[in-house]
Design a protein around this ligand. Sequence first.
Ligand code: ADP
Ligand code: ZN
Ligand code: ZN
Length: 767
Amino acid sequence: MGELYADVIVDISQEKLDKPFQYRVPENLRGELETGMCVHIPFGNGNRLLKGYVVDLGSVCKFDPGRTKEIRGIVKNSADIEGRMIALAGWLRKNYGSTMIQALKTVLPARQRVKKLEHRTVRRLLGREETLSLLGECRRRKQTAKERLLQELLTQEEIPYGWVTGKLGVSAQTVRSLETAGAVRVESRESLRNPVKVAGGEELRPRLSQAQENIVRKVLEDYDAGRPGTCLLHGITGSGKTEVYLKIVEEMRARGRQAVVLIPEIALTYQTLLRFYHRFGDRVSVLNSTLSAGEKYDQCQRAKNGEIDVIIGPRSALFTPFPHIGVIIMDEEHEGSYKSESSPKYHARETALEVARIHGASVILGSATPSLEAYYRAQRGQYRLFTLGERLTGGQLPVVHTVDLRRELREGNRSIFSRKLQALLEDRIRKGEQSILFLNRRGYAGFVSCRACGQVMKCPHCDVSLAEHTNGLLVCHYCGYSQPRPGGCPACGSKYIGGFKAGTQQIEEKLKEMFPGVRTLRMDADTTRRKDSYAQILSAFAGGEADVLVGTQMIVKGHDFPRVTLVGVLAADLSLGAGDYRAGERTFQLLTQAVGRAGRGELPGEAVIQTYQPDHYAVARAAAQDYEGFYREEILYRDLMGYPPVSHMMAVQIFSREEQGGRRLAESLAEAAKGAFGGREAPGAGSAQALSLGEADTSSSGPAMQLMGPAPASIGRINDIFRFVFYVKCPEYGKLIRIKDFLEGQAEANQSSDETVQFDFDPMNTL
Ligand code: ADP
Ligand code: ZN
Ligand code: ZN
């Protein structure tokens, strides 16, 4: 038997990851030692015994074998924070596919010095009279710098430190001497740590309703009984979910536990933040993308040291090194941003369950439109389902009109605004009420449909929309099937067949033509390129600076506009035509959210959904605000086609500098997977293989897997990197992991240095 070597890191920090030390694994530890384990190692010249963590195992000695030291032993029961983070990284690597280093970098914060300068302030401690007398003294002693600072502090009690040392030209030493004298204090007013100085006194704390009380009680009962579980909280915006979260977090704190609250950044409003600050003061901390690496590191240190016990943030907040998490809350659980786009491509929901398992924590998922994954599991009893009914803040659900655009066309209206929408817009503009026009372009992949009958060109094998390519071919982004663009509609023969071209800018122009003098604001990727422009547009609209806000999906999240009484969805079909299996789900969510934007205030609201497919269940059920009905139809489709959550799906993505090489690698990997695991091929037009759906999977144990592709990715080349992809479907996740492991080995043996292979489990988007 050959030697076994282990890469060990002595110090847990991102910077040390790339410099692991190699040790020989002694005979007696082989078979027992795994990556992630904590071991005793002799270190340095004196061979001091230190603890280290195994990040990789292999048979190649990278140094002089004669001088490589041996691991002394495995540290038993090392359930410290570091050990748990490493174990979590190992779990990410196994379940999502990545290197151990990538996985570790995901869970460990980069160690950086915190640059506090921007956030420091100088605060006056003395009263006005005392300050004036000190000022006089400084004047007599010709201490001009002190004089300048005190003068300034008379008008303003607190001044940013950078301004004091910069604009006022006061040295740090001078500030320090005033501080020693007790006149001022330098405060690390990390606006991050305490974004608001919360004034004392009683805050408003509503009495929980029976339904809310019930949820809190059940979650805590289970937790206290030592069987923490996962529950799904299904309730529309305003139904009281956040109040439930606050109460449970409070109870966990009383038990000496910490809480992780995940909220997608785009949905995290200032009001929500304030509610957490009011309740938990400086025991709560927020992670967001505006923090520097140093500040993020600082938050982690504070969590480790027990200075905070609640963290709010996007998916990475899951990796906060708390000693003992009691609850993980995941609001807007259905949001796509919970899935990481870089390796390891983990989903925060599944990862939250793993973190909860490690800590023995409860998990609460909340959403108005739960993901199919969460609802499916709730239906099967894996999650406990709670439903919160009506809005607590008043405001009725809007009246929804579904407009059939095919009929508009038949009756001679070729405008992008239906007659109903035109009439309602005119009414609102006249009354001085606000409207939102929403173009759900998200995931729009250039599908082709018939304007006369609504027929969408779909892949015969995958039942997803085909995307039109510049060469005129319609292509399936799952299996690579392609066909020429038909001259007329295959269903009704109409020649009104084509793609959707309208963009937000065009809609804004048309609106101005139709209603001269109308004041509009536009929000899309173009107008929000600058960091603060998103907030600026929202506040301008909230402040009544426009009659109509035109925008993409970014306008339907979070923010409340009490004066909006009309929402128009210009073409519900846009997101329905995204060439992936989640198109229906995404459409239902977007439409439900969009409709919910109307009538949040005193005035009742109306919504208009324009569509070529009024009978499509995602459109019809959203119009009826009927989640259950939508779920029942959508899950049938997923089941029938073998898509998640009923089955599982793994995308194998091949990136290559060289087109032929990339294609060859993709093909050889797909072939190898079929050979080893008995894939049944879903045929594509480009493939010469015969349809073999009837064949049994005999060559490998477990349920059958099915392979689609390979095909060029939807964007076949980015920055001169060619991209290929194939998909493997299988009802058993574990088998997909085995296939991934197998393919990793194959890729290592076959790929050139110009090529990389990545994996994406239950992908949210097509590559
Ligand atoms: P969600 O998180 O589902 O959007 P919230 O918890 O934010 O709902 O509640 C919506 C509004 O109703 C908030 O202003 C909240 O303060 C208020 N609210 C929540 N629960 C109650 C209650 N039991 N009694 C009175 N008001 C409540
Ligand atoms: Zn047609
Ligand atoms: Zn297909």
